[in-house]
Design a protein around this ligand. Structure first.
Ligand code: UFG
Length: 330
């Protein structure tokens, strides 16, 4: 049997690199297209080919897709900061939605049969029901969430009209690092809670700001459903198998929530050091609670997260961050 070939956009970024690694370990040929503005050359592991280009460069995308056949395109390349999208909405809609739709169009033109989208819980805005199921109302609270929803809708029509099968995978809070320490989370600037709490414990920052403790939650801080990046990668492989039969949409989380203070406590336990922190004002737009119902992917694919405990996520994230004080360049 010929080896399956996959094109991974944004495959040098946090989730994309872990998925590219999982595909390569499944004995597939993986080509990454990444502009390396947020991704890292060092996150491309041996055996995977990197093409340094922007997905908005349609001529480059066309040339790559013409060199098929491709089993699937997995699309991670995106701007992904909710707060930034509130300041620069058109930049987000252009970079994410316009470029994503142009990529789908190119896939249709080149006869790519399968497409996997890195989507987000940010589609749901301020949900009125927890846990959140796939068919709960979509009400994006930011241009970032809206941009992913626009791509989901384009995929709906690409399937209906052109037969392009797709998996829309809505991540809740991606966390952790490759359990073997080959990859980790390295954003510049870092805005995510777990890496920032680890930096505070390691004395690499002036301390962590906790954005509000007056929410309607048991300890007053926001609750999120953290999901290990290894388990996310496995979910992509299982979703790809579903595409042999039909398109799918899945919420990806652990169906359990942890508050900001829970995360701080866990980081302190695992690092063996206190996490200096202070309570500051709420961050605009933060929903008090986001928890996924992952019942659908569980029932349809048997997905069962292996690193489902917050401890597992913090332990692997801590190991990588401790060993890489300057991220991938160290
Ligand atoms: N938080 C702090 N201090 C910080 C950083 C975060 O208190 O310095 C809090 C936030 O207010 C929030 C929680 O920690 O309550 C988690 O915040 P993150 O920034 O780590 O993650 P978000 O939940 O805001 O967003 C993440 C992704 C989004 C995605 C969303 C879906 O960054 O792209 O999960 O759940 F849309």
């Amino acid at each position: 049997m010929t080896r399956r070939r996959y094109l991974v956009t944004g495959g040098a970024g946090f989730v994309g690199s872990h998925v590219a690694l999982a595909l390569a370990e499944r004995d597939c040929d993986v080509v990454v297209i990444d502009n390396l503005r947020q991704g890292h050359r060092e996150a491309i592991l041996p055996g995977t080919k990197l093409i340094e280009a922007d997905i908005a460069d349609i001529a480059a995308v066309d040339a790559i897709l013409a060199d098929g056949p491709w089993h699937a395109v997995l699309h991670f390349a995106a701007l992904s900061l909710v707060g930034e999208s509130m300041r620069e909405p058109m930049r987000y809609l252009t970079a994410n939605a316009s470029a994503g739709i142009a990529l789908i169009d190119a896939c249709v033109r080149h006869g790519v049969p399968r497409f996997v989208l890195s989507s987000t819980a940010a589609l749901f805005g301020m949900p009125n029901r927890i846990p959140i199921a796939e068919n709960d109302p979509v009400r994006p609270g930011s241009p970032y969430g809206e941009s992913k929803w626009m791509i989901e809708r384009a995929l709906f029509w690409a399937d209906r009209i052109h037969g392009l099968r797709s998996a829309c995978l809505r991540y809740f809070n991606a966390a952790g690092a490759d359990p073997e320490g080959r990859l980790g989370e390295d954003h510049h600037p870092e805005t995510h809670l777990i890496p920032l709490a680890i930096d505070a414990a390691l004395g690499r920052s002036g301390g962590l700001s906790v954005f509000g403790n007056d929410y309607d939650t048991p300890d007053g801080t926001c609750i999120r459903d953290y999901i290990h990046v290894f388990d996310l990668a496995q979910a992509h492989l299982l979703a790809l198998d579903q595409l042999d039969h039909r398109s799918v949409t899945y919420n990806l989380g652990n169906s359990s929530g942890h508050s900001v203070l829970d995360v701080i406590r866990t980081v302190a336990e695992i690092s063996g050091r206190p996490v200096p922190h202070e309570i500051v004002a709420r961050r605009p737009g933060d929903p008090p609670v986001l928890i996924a119902s992952a019942a659908l992917i569980h029932a349809e694919t048997g997905w069962n997260p292996r690193f489902g405990q917050l401890d597992d996520m913090v332990r692997t994230a801590f190991a990588w961050r401790d060993a890489h004080p300057n991220g991938f360049i160290s």
